[in-house]
Design a protein. Structure first.
Length: 644
């Protein structure tokens, strides 16, 4: 925001009070409005980030708030403190910009290129338009996703077995899987569990296993191995009959389950009134989704097929033996569920001591039938004498949502972007599944649900932001044409961002959108800087030759456009260089968090480069054409300056 255009006296003597007042007054009039409007434009460009909700809002709103507070403090200091520091610190002979060797070198390179662009204006504009047209299909062919996958440094293996699996079988599966995973050289530690913890937030059934796989540092991996390669290798080793594999990461898995109720990347929720019908619909949907490129770990969450032991009391028989239903229930509960005998105290820890039949006895239906029940008159009698003991089927776990029963078809997305995968799946289901049973419907959830919400917010707010920025520019210049010239910079600034995102192979996500939003404000600010200097050059032209087509020629306009563009090259390049020098190191960043920062940085770097080229070469061309048209149409040049 160093927009000062003040001529200082060449002297080593301190400035007089009148000269100090003049400098501060000129600074406030010339710099203050420019800084104010530039700050408003940049803050307004971050409005879409402020209005994001959910996970994306929590992640990126600190970035927008930090940028906003920095700009506000920067603007305040530029208007108040900088003029005072100039008065106090600048002494002696002040050299002109042409005395700077770097500035002279840059002008020697820039001026001939600018003259060529001004000479061949149609060619210059055509090249930029061609680059813009080429970027459109590249943009349309980019993949989409909600957020770039964050590498947590570990994996979460979540296989699902049959709903009637026994405890002993689950233990055996965990041991086998752990041994197989340890054979992969990149695996450091493995820890698995079955069932759920003693908490209401973890509703995992015994059939769902969870194994955290800690990986070694990447410098210890085999050469050329990637994380996807390791997942594929582990998945190939763990092909166990009756087990459906699922791969994710520990943190994102918990976030997905808490926010959407889906433990995988994408889930298809099936709502209805009957579990059997929901299961049939879910199996039909799974069959249609099977084979779509990118869909991995596809399975239907089991909602039927659970095994239960039913103990139905024979009321006539228990009356004969002098027993009640509560007596039988208490015996069964003690034998199968366990009875709390006491509590042990070990330091600050408390442990309950339960007593129940051994597992081998509880796993045998015939042994349960022979379980002895003590009576007062007849002594011990077998349980099957007073109750019917049998195995029945039922739901292993009942899920409900929005007051309706719910089933889910779950899958992860790998080796393809999430957006195109889900869109293909939706088209296939629309064409193959014509009609669901009455009272049943489906709903897409998981990361896709978050992506739709974020895209909807951005689509609504971005046009509003463009209108706000346009009016800010209009009040800045008090000219519709000048505002349009500045706004034209935006699509050309996006060219470099699209090119870099495309060639880096990054999918469009909320992180990339935040990068483009930040680029948007930066491009507008740079274009404002160039337009202000070009208008200053036109003011100097009018002061030197008057404001009439009889005294001003097209050659004069070109001469002063070159002066306004070339002689103010340093502040423009400084504005761009500061941004680039701060962003380029992120391209080589590694470690946790770099996966999210890279998609933000890539469009910023590419867009900053192309917007700078456009502002330095094309904006003067468009400005010159506008002034020539004004001179021809009105017989004079319309002068605009930052509104005071």
């Amino acid at each position: 925001m160093s927009w000062f255009k003040i001529k200082f006296r060449v002297s080593k003597d301190p400035l007089t009070p009148d000269e100090r007042s003049e400098i501060i007054e000129k600074s406030s009039k010339q710099v203050g409005p420019g800084v104010f409007f530039s700050t408003i434009v940049t803050i307004a460009s971050f409005l879409p980030v402020f209005l994001l909700t959910g996970m994306e809002g929590k992640l990126f709103s600190p970035l927008a708030w930090t940028k906003t507070f920095i700009l506000l403090v920067d603007a305040f200091l530029a208007i108040t403190l900088t003029p005072i520091l100039i008065v106090l610190l600048l002494r002696g002979k002040l050299k002109p910009e042409s005395a700077n060797p770097i500035n002279r070198f840059l002008e020697k390179i820039y001026t001939p290129i600018l003259k060529w662009c001004l000479k061949y204006r149609k060619t210059t504009i055509s090249i930029n338009l061609l680059a813009l047209i080429v970027s459109i299909p590249m943009m349309l062919n980019l993949g989409t996703e909600f957020m770039p996958p964050l590498d947590e440094g570990s994996l979460l293996f979540m296989p699902v077995t049959l709903p009637d699996v026994s405890n002993s079988e689950v233990k055996r599966l965990l041991q086998v899987q752990d041994k197989l995973m340890k054979t992969v050289p990149e695996v450091s530690h493995v820890m698995g569990k079955a069932g759920r913890a003693n908490t209401a937030t973890d509703n995992s059934p015994i059939s769902m296993l969870e194994t955290i796989v800690l990986l070694k540092p990447k410098n210890e991996w085999r050469k050329g191995k990637t994380k996807d390669d390791i997942i594929n290798e582990l998945n190939a080793k763990l092909q166990i009959p009756g087990v459906t594999n699922g791969w994710t990461q520990p943190i994102i898995n918990r976030i997905n389950m808490l926010s959407t109720g889906i433990r995988t990347d994408v889930g298809l929720k099936v709502y209805g009134q009957s579990l059997d019908s929901i299961n049939r619909v879910s199996q039909m949907l799974k069959k249609q989704l099977d084979g779509i490129d990118g869909i991995k770990d596809l399975y239907v969450e089991p909602i039927t097929g659970g095994k239960y032991i039913d103990i139905i009391v024979k009321k006539e028989e228990i009356g004969r033996y002098g027993l009640s239903v509560d007596d039988v229930n208490m015996i069964v509960e003690s034998a199968l569920g366990g009875m709390i005998l006491t509590t042990t105290v070990e330091g600050r820890q408390r442990f309950t001591v339960n007593a129940r039949f051994a597992q081998d006895f509880r796993n045998n239906i015939q042994a349960l039938k022979r379980m002895q029940v003590q009576t007062a008159s007849y002594g011990p009698i077998p349980l099957d004498a007073i109750a019917e003991v049998k195995i029945s089927e039922g739901p292993p776990m009942i899920n409900s949502e929005n007051a309706m029963l719910r089933g889910t078809v779950l899958f992860n997305v790998r080796d393809r972007d999430l957006g195109s995968t889900v869109e293909e799946a939706m088209k296939k289901l629309e064409s193959s599944v014509k009609k669901l049973p009455k009272g049943y419907f489906i709903e897409w959830s998981g990361q896709w649900e978050n992506q739709i919400r974020a895209n909807r917010t951005l689509k609504i707010i971005l046009p509003i932001v463009l209108v706000i920025i346009f009016f800010v520019l209009y009040f800045t210049y008090n000219s519709m044409k000048e505002a349009l010239i500045t706004m034209i910079t935006v699509p050309f600034a996006l060219i470099g961002g699209v090119y870099m995102v495309y060639f880096y192979g990054v999918n469009l996500s909320v992180a990339v959108a935040v990068g483009f939003i930040a680029l948007f404000g930066m491009a507008i600010e740079t274009a404002m800087l160039m337009t202000i200097y070009l208008n200053e050059a036109m003011q100097n032209l009018v002061l030197a030759k008057g404001n009439s087509k009889d005294t001003i020629t097209n050659a004069d306009i070109r001469e002063y456009v070159i002066r306004g563009a070339a002689q103010r090259l340093r502040p423009k390049l400084m504005t761009v260089s500061v941004s680039l020098f701060g962003l380029i190191p992120i391209l080589w960043a590694t470690g946790v968090g770099s996966d999210v920062m890279l998609p933000i940085t890539i469009p910023l770097i590419g867009g900053t480069i192309t917007s700078t080229i456009y502002v330095l070469l094309v904006t003067p061309v468009v400005f010159e054409m506008t002034k020539e048209w004004e001179l021809k149409r009105y017989g004079k040049i319309e002068l605009y300056d930052v509104k005071e």
